[in-house]
Write a protein of this length. Structure first.
Length: 340
């Protein structure tokens, strides 16, 4: 099969990889209908994350089940499925609290690599969720989004306690930040302020539910939020970048007693304990337990109540994955969908 492999920063290749096999009786093999490049893939592409030799790439996937192991009971050959970026058994004590991403038996799908024609999914019964039927081609991008960026944006909105009557500020205009806007709107937020300097992303933010756009960053961005909220700050702030500046901006934009939901993968973020102590904000986040939300998200997509697939502004064949990485690295694309 063909699959994407990163050999070094900036060096992405599509190569012949061995077809995946059923290694455990709880495995399933999925033929991907679509996969994609994630913003977190760019950390390695840019050299911020160290590569220990060639690495298969990708952790987002949706497609049709081709084979299942002998212990798989809930997923059948022929099902169209969506899975999280971490495989989980969905039965351990941690999973039962809704934090499947921290499952005691979890397997990172990024270690397997889903930017490929075929993917082995461990713990298939706990990881995969089947759609009500075979989706039309127009629904596939949205279902793929549920595998990570929609689920992550949704978790961010939950962690930030977005809801009716709330003012929400979103730091980050990548795919996760944009879909966090969609999630906040679905959860009934009254006002949603998007930080963005990019015209096309501003337009998509408004399409997803943003009521205000703020182009300032850092302390100036915090000051602008305070100005828009009568000096108080936002009730809910979503941090979807993962840098020192974005985290300080998120905490600063929240009012005392407000909530910060942080889902940007942290790189060199150091919090000042005294500053955090006197901020009076609640903080919750980390890697998103996407599996918790998949049934609800699939239902909303299937009923066409939401269209998260709009976040894909470029579609390329798998063979052109390197161009997809370049486009996202150069901010010529918000998120690139790859078709096998």
């Amino acid at each position: 099969m063909r699959g994407v492999v990163m050999h070094a920063p900036g060096d992405v290749r599509v190569e012949e990889r061995a077809d995946p096999l059923i290694l455990e009786p709880t495995d399933a093999i999925v033929r991907t209908s679509a996969t994609c490049v994630c913003g977190t893939d760019l950390w390695a592409y840019r050299g911020a994350d160290k590569l220990e030799g060639p690495r298969p790439m990708g952790h987002e996937y949706a497609g049709v089940v081709e084979r299942v192991g002998g212990a798989v009971r809930n997923i059948e050959v022929g099902d169209f499925v969506v899975g999280s970026f971490f495989a989980s058994d969905n039965t351990c004590e941690i999973c039962r609290t809704g934090y499947q991403v921290h499952c005691v038996h979890r397997v990172p799908m990024g270690s397997i690599g889903t930017q490929a024609e075929l993917v082995r999914v461990p713990l298939a019964d706990g990881t995969l969720v089947a759609t009500p039927g075979m989706p039309g081609a127009d629904l596939v991008p949205s279902l793929l989004a549920a595998s990570d960026v929609l689920g992550t944006g949704w978790f961010a909105a939950v962690a930030a306690e977005t809801g009716p009557g709330k003012t929400v500020a979103v730091v980050g205009d990548g795919a996760v930040g944009l879909l966090a806007i969609l999630a906040a709107r679905q959860r009934g937020a009254e006002r949603i302020i998007a930080f963005s300097r990019h015209g096309a992303r501003q337009a998509l933010a408004r399409r997803f539910g943003a009521t205000d756009i703020v182009e300032e960053r850092g302390d100036a961005g915090v000051a602008r939020i305070k100005e828009l909220t009568g000096g108080y700050g936002a009730h809910s702030v979503i941090e979807a970048v993962g840098t020192q500046q974005s985290m300080r901006q998120a905490i600063g934009a929240a009012r005392p007693g407000g909530h910060v939901g942080y889902v940007g993968v942290a790189h060199d973020v150091i919090l000042d304990g005294r500053e955090l102590f006197f901020s009076g904000v609640h903080m919750h986040g980390g890697p998103a337990p996407v599996r918790r939300f998949l049934p609800e998200l699939i239902r909303l997509i299937w009923d066409r109540a939401i269209d998260p697939g709009a976040v894909f502004d470029s579609t390329l064949p798998l063979d052109l994955a390197a161009e997809g990485y370049r486009a996202m690295d150069e901010r010529r694309a918000t998120k690139v969908l790859l078709t096998a």
